[in-house]
Design a protein around this ligand. Sequence first.
Ligand SMILES: Cc1cc2nc3c(=O)[nH]c(=O)nc-3n(C[C@H](O)[C@H](O)[C@H](O)COP(=O)(O)O)c2cc1C
Length: 245
Amino acid sequence: MSKEKTVSEAINYRRSVRIFDTEKPIDKKVVKKCIEQAVLAPNSSNMQLWEFYHITSKDIIEKIAPLCFNQNAAKTAQQLVIFVTRKDLWKKRANANLAYLDSVFGKNNPKKEQSSREKVARNYYGKIIPFAYSEFLGILGFFKYLMILGIGVFKPIYREVRKSDMRIVAHKTCGLAAQNFMISMAAEGYDTCPMEGSDTWRIKKLLDLPFGSEINMIVSCGVRKPEGVYGERFRIPFNEVYKEV
Ligand SMILES: Cc1cc2nc3c(=O)[nH]c(=O)nc-3n(C[C@H](O)[C@H](O)[C@H](O)COP(=O)(O)O)c2cc1C
């Protein structure tokens, strides 16, 4: 494999590839390394509410392709990576962060001996995160929202506390991981196509994904066929979307 591309080179090389060369298999170790780089993406509160399902089995890819409506990108994929959000794991992840704080600052430090950084961090994962993520059928979120509307009249406050808001938070974060992955793949000379065109419920069932998980996107992987890139890249003129304030 050729030398790894620079970030700018990889960003420019990456295209959504719809037809992969089925004669050119890709190395699953390299794909796994790119998933390891996906994990390094910035993510909301470092809660890491994500999972990555690396599909290398041809049989499973063949079963998934019809659930992606037989898009060429799925039919010709050599491997797939399914980016999944796990909002339901918030308690586990908050506890992992608290355990990490124990490893950094030491366990059971009396409050008066804690540095302000330690206090803020422990309060964040011990109180604020549970406040933001705790949920009961969407009802609790609604009450939190009303409370925040009231407090928000008097001071700036974080407003995304409803059940739907927390889903967006998890999906935002997962999208960043997916982008890290696709750029890493491009740096290796591999191609990808992100797909949201799929029956996520059926794919969840096929892969036996946990009830609380949601598919963020499926990224098909392989090496491009020249005709697999559908035309020149089209973007709205930059001046139309760039606003200097
Ligand atoms: C979240 C998301 C979902 C997408 N879903 C599909 C899809 O289901 N099928 C597809 O062919 N392309 C899909 N795309 C690719 C876009 O169409 C593509 O990124 C866009 O046209 C720009 O082209 P480029 O990626 O080559 O720059 C998706 C892209 C994103 C970010």
